[in-house]
Every structure is written in structure tokens, then in C-alpha cells.
Design a protein around this ligand. Structure first.
Ligand SMILES: Cc1cc2nc3c(=O)[nH]c(=O)nc-3n(C[C@H](O)[C@H](O)[C@H](O)COP(=O)(O)O)c2cc1C
Ligand SMILES: Cc1ncc(COP(=O)(O)O)c(CN)c1O
Length: 197
């Protein structure tokens, strides 16, 4: 861990690419997203990481879902990855912001038509009468838009998580794991420390 890079994005990229290469059956990009709900309780759920750059970590969802409402009230979030095969965990904490409409449009346009229809039909996190009612909504949309290009619903899009802390955990024998913590400083520099396991 002494020879870890000074920039956590560099280390994240190395770990992500290693795991993706060595464990092709694992959904490397599945991450647990925690938000503080409007009721004050934390809630976790899995979402898929679709992009990461030095600006942050991007996932897509319904802005009116339970998580969307939580983020609107409190944009402080945490995501974590557990890469079991590699005995690695990464925990990111930061602020979630909506990505631009243009970026969400561009991603929506790359999705399979079935997933686009799914996003249009699903009022994510709302109570529904039955699976059948959802299915008939999809069928109706399919008919309505037959032969036409689908456009992104305004309530669906991306969030970018801009991190202020990123913690890396590497499993080691005798529970003497390696932990490295990167904390963003006042001048946007990353301060690296090693933590006891
Ligand atoms: C492997 C996996 C990947 C998922 N990816 C996403 C995703 O990228 N976006 C999303 O909105 N929901 C995704 N889900 C569904 C969420 O876990 C969750 O059920 C949904 O977003 C509603 O959450 P909420 O009611 O807390 O807002 C995924 C679920 C699993 C198991
Ligand atoms: C409801 C929902 N929205 C979005 C996604 C993101 O993945 P994709 O854009 O690849 O469909 C998922 C992935 N399982 C999902 O379940």
C-alpha cells in the first residue's frame, strides 16, 4: 500500500480494470448506493456504474424514485463495491448531482429499445396494481411508438457522484488487511492515509 498512487481515481481504475479482466462473470460495475431518505433513515440498493472519470462516478435511474427524492433532499451519498474474488472493497462518499440533459439523452439513446420502454413505463418505486398493469403499459407504449425513435423521459437520467472520500480495502491474511483512505482537501488535493484494519 506504500506504493499506491497519490490519486484515488488512478487506483480505482487499476482495481476496476483488474477485477473486470480477472472475474468476467462478476458484475464489476454493480455498486451499493446509500442515501439518507426523506424519512431520515439510510437506504441501500444496487445500481450500475456506467462511467467514471476524474469528475466522478455516474449511474442512471428514475429521478422521481425513492432514491431520487432522497438525493433531492440530501445529496450526500455513499457507494460501495465488494469484489469478492479479488478480496477488495471500495467505499466512496460524496455529493450526487444530476448530469446534463445532453449526457442523459446520449446514454438513453444507447440503451436497448426494451430498456427504453421499461424506463418510460415504470414509475419506479410507486405502488403498482399488478405485473399485468405494467405489462399493458409497455404494450400500449410499444404500439404508440411503433417505428418511432424513443426519447428520454424527463424524469429519467444520470447522477454523478463527486467524491470527497474514497477508501480502498484489500483483504490480507490474519485479518491484517490493507486500508487506504483518500480525503479531498480544501485545495482539492487528495490526502492519503493508511488505516488500521
Ligand atoms: C444488479 C442490479 C443492478 C441494478 N441497477 C440499477 C440501476 O442502474 N438503476 C436503477 O435505477 N436501478 C437499478 N437496480 C434496481 C435498484 O436496486 C432498485 O430496486 C431501484 O432503483 C429502486 O430503488 P429505490 O426505490 O430505492 O429508488 C439494480 C438492481 C440490481 C440487483
Ligand atoms: C431499473 C433499472 N434502471 C437502470 C438500470 C441500468 O442499467 P442499463 O442502463 O444497462 O439498463 C438497471 C440495471 N439493472 C435497472 O434495473
Amino acid at each position: 500500500m506504500e506504493n499506491t498512487p497519490d490519486n484515488p481515481f488512478q487506483l480505482f481504475k487499476e482495481w476496476f480494470n483488474d477485477v473486470d479482466l480477472c472475474f468476467p462473470d462478476h458484475e464489476t460495475n454493480a455498486m451499493t448506493l446509500s442515501t439518507i431518505g426523506v424519512d431520515g433513515y439510510p437506504k441501500n440498493r444496487i445500481v450500475l456504474l456506467k462511467k467514471f472519470t476524474v469528475d466522478g462516478f455516474v449511474f442512471y435511474t428514475n429521478y422521481e424514485s425513492t432514491k431520487g427524492k432522497a438525493i433531492a433532499k440530501n445529496p450526500k451519498v455513499s457507494v460501495s463495491f465488494f469484489w469478492e474474488g479479488a478480496e477488495r472493497q471500495v467505499i466512496i462518499r460524496g455529493i450526487a448531482e444530476k448530469v446534463s440533459d445532453a449526457e442523459s439523452d446520449a446514454y438513453f439513446n444507447t440503451r436497448p429499445r426494451g430498456s427504453q420502454l421499461g424506463a418510460m413505463a415504470s414509475n419506479q418505486s410507486q405502488v403498482i396494481a399488478s405485473r399485468e398493469s405494467l405489462k399493458s403499459k409497455v404494450d400500449a407504449l410499444e404500439k404508440q411508438y411503433e417505428g418511432k425513435t424513443l426519447t428520454r423521459p424527463v424524469y429519467w437520467g444520470g447522477y454523478i457522484i463527486k467524491p470527497n472520500v474514497i477508501e480502498f480495502w484489500q483483504g490480507r491474511p490474519n485479518r491484517l488487511h490493507d486500508r487506504v483512505d483518500y480525503v479531498l482537501g480544501e485545495n482539492y488535493e487528495w490526502n492519503k492515509s493508511q488505516l488500521a484494519p
